[in-house]
Ligand binder design. Structure first.
Ligand code: ADP
Ligand code: MG
Length: 235
């Protein structure tokens, strides 16, 4: 049974429909990768799962429970965490304050900060630094640790490696695998860095202009140059 599923979802913002008839599943303990050109609706898809868009038709299920019309804070309480690409940490607070706030603001069960910070132990040496003084990679580490504190069953990650040096991006991808391996979290990963994301993914979806045009194993997608060349700039 998938932990998360969308069934024939049409969604958008007000009268602007962005997603058309999206059916998708994410399994427990798997990394589900969503790729596609800019503007194809990847972020909108994650927002839709988290209750931040208008759903006109279709349904969203989390652990067999319908969550289509639920509010983000209700969805978060069920065990789903959404990491937007931007504005996912508090810049004027220290690293420590950000971590404490992540625990404080969550209404469900939380993980002790010291346990969560094991994902990126380096954060310990930054505790008293303001988040605004961190590099892009360090901010992403902080955001992912804050998400982990909320003990999610599913993490929705929107372009966690955007604008990062290849070395830092590689490390973030390794940590995403660790979320699956060590923390047993199902990850739904939206990436512009398609090749790397497909290399760690268990399942892949390709979105183009708000429609699903491929669903299958990432290896299968990577073996279709007609799709990867045109839509992902690979090969
Ligand atoms: P992606 O993440 O794949 O780049 P998005 O989901 O961000 O794509 O955007 C898909 C489409 O939705 C784009 O045409 C974008 O302009 C539009 N869009 C995004 N956010 C909003 C919004 N808040 N209101 C109206 N249209 C939006
Ligand atoms: Mg996006």
């Amino acid at each position: 049974m998938p932990i998360l599923s969308l069934k024939n979802v049409d969604a958008g913002y007000g009268k602007f429909q962005i997603l058309f008839n999206i059916t998708l599943t994410a399994e427990n303990n798997e990394i589900t990768v969503i790729v596609g050109p800019n503007g194809s609706g990847k972020s909108t898809l994650l927002k839709t799962v988290f209750g931040l868009t208008n759903v006109y038709n279709g349904k969203v299920f989390f652990e067999n429970k319908e969550i289509t019309k639920k509010k983000p804070h209700e969805i978060a309480k069920l065990g789903l965490t959404y990491l937007p690409q931007l504005n996912n940490i508090f810049m004027n607070l220290t690293v420590r304050e950000n971590l404490e706030l992540a625990a404080y603001m969550h209404s469900g069960e939380t993980m002790p900060i010291e346990e969560a910070v094991e994902l990126f132990p380096i954060l310990r040496s930054y505790y008293e630094r303001k988040a605004s003084t961190l590099s892009g990679g360090e901010r992403q580490m902080l955001a992912m640790t804050m998400a982990l504190i909320r003990k999610p069953k599913v993490m929705l990650l929107d372009e966690p490696t955007a604008n990062m040096a290849p070395k830092i991006a590689k490390m973030i991808f390794e940590k995403i695998v660790e979320l699956r391996e060590n923390f047993r979290i199902a990850v739904v990963l939206v990436e512009q860095n398609a090749k790397k994301a497909l290399e760690i993914g268990d399942k892949a979806y390709l979105l183009v202009a708000g429609r699903k045009i491929f669903e299958g194993h990432p290896r299968e997608l990577l073996s279709k140059p007609d799709l990867t060349k045109v839509y992902l700039g690979i090969g």
